[in-house]
Write a protein that binds this ligand. Structure first.
Ligand SMILES: [Zn+2]
Length: 252
């Protein structure tokens, strides 16, 4: 083989490797793949504290909406995501959702938290929260780990912006939660789902959800993840709202 033919083969080889590297970089930039640490076995790299997007919050909880924390902070005993007690007589209900976060927007949150000085509070605005939730998480390395929690976040953050997607997310949570860290979200997901269905006037679906909850969590029934007294009260309130709506419909 001549010198020039050999050089051409080498050149093609180098160009092919360069092309592959550029393709890899593009996939990483788009959040589709991640150069993952093979020793990283954690399921959660950060927590985000969220309240349902359509609730009127007290001043303390308004300030706490969208706060993000590293597990080293959020998993400490006695950790309080809002810092101070809620000021409402019937307290605003917030949820601390843990994510691995392999997609671009979530990775930005992780590096922001890692670089921030200790004790500083980092908070995502409503727009940033929506961008995080609508990111390409399903194409990321953490899709399976984050799936249930991401659907819960959709249900909490997209109630106003995209009710259909929020409802679908919550339906996914109640149907697919299997392990302890997800089962604790089932009752909150049912309550949020009911609330959204009632607000959207989807009364038949709301009635089915109530029947499902009553079957799954009978009063005085066992279960670690059964509704608390406050959650039972909310359920009863929504139930009576549903009967009122239905009787108004019948009498109209
Ligand atoms: Zn509050």
């Amino acid at each position: 083989m001549g010198f020039s033919a050999e050089s051409t083969i080498y050149l093609f080889g180098i160009l092919a490797l360069l092309g592959l590297w550029l393709f890899h970089q593009r996939q990483v930039r788009l959040g589709r793949i991640q150069a993952i640490d093979v020793f990283d076995r954690s399921l959660v790299r950060f927590y985000v504290y969220v309240f349902p997007d359509d609730r009127l919050l007290c001043a303390i909880c308004t300030e706490a909406q969208g706060r993000v924390f590293l597990p080293s902070i959020a998993e400490k005993n006695g950790f309080l995501p809002r810092g101070r007690p809620c000021r409402n007589t019937s307290p605003c209900q917030g949820y601390l959702i843990g994510l691995y976060g392999g997609w671009a927007e979530a990775r930005q949150v992780v590096s922001l938290l890692q670089q921030a000085p200790k004790k500083s509070l980092i908070r995502l605005s409503c727009v940033e929260l929506c961008t995080l939730v609508k990111g390409a998480w399903e194409q990321s390395v953490s899709a399976d780990t984050d799936r249930i929690n991401m659907h819960m976040l959709q249900g909490l953050c997209l109630g106003k912006a995209d009710t259909r997607m929020a409802v679908q997310g919550l339906q996914y949570v109640v149907a697919r939660a299997r392990v302890a860290r997800h089962l604790q979200l089932v009752v909150p997901a049912y309550l949020r789902l009911l609330d959204l269905l009632l607000k959207a006037g989807r009364v038949d679906e709301a009635r089915q959800v109530i029947e499902q909850v009553e079957q799954r969590f009978p009063v005085n029934g066992p279960g670690m993840y059964a509704p608390s007294l406050t959650e039972r009260k909310s359920l009863e309130e929504m139930k009576s709202l549903l009967w009122k709506t239905q009787s108004l419909k019948v009498s109209a």
